[in-house]
Design a protein around this ligand. Sequence first.
Ligand code: RB5
Length: 152
Amino acid sequence: MNIAIGSDHAGLEMKKEVILILKDLGHDYTDYGTDTPDSVDYPDFGEKVSFAVSTGKVERGILICGTGIGMSIVANKFPNVRAALCNELFSAKMSRLHNDANVLVMGGRIIGKDLAKEIVKTWFATSFEGGRHGNRLKKICLIEDKTKTGVV
Ligand code: RB5
């Protein structure tokens, strides 16, 4: 798969570990930064990755900040993005099975690299179930349309 990945300074070390896993799994990736431990603003990096997913330039995205909360808020502003904050394995699995999440978000200050590695593997190994969950995603698309037109 083609993956966009990004982090702020608080997620940088974990991002380096995740990139190693992406390579192991055979995915192509583009790293949208940050590249140094200097303090940066997570929306700048969340925006780049989310835009790539939103416009279909890549199939999936991975975002990492300190908690994962800020990156999740940013990513879910974008049409077609279904970002899931997963700091444990059950959420990683369910975010794919039920939500067809296309952006995985983790908190670099919350979990360790070994857990992050398992989360990433699980997230890529799990397929969307479809069925009633597909209907629910269609409703999310309708909500996106309503937010654009202002007609609820
Ligand atoms: C940076 O200090 C921190 O606020 C950021 O990484 C993230 O946790 C925001 O949600």
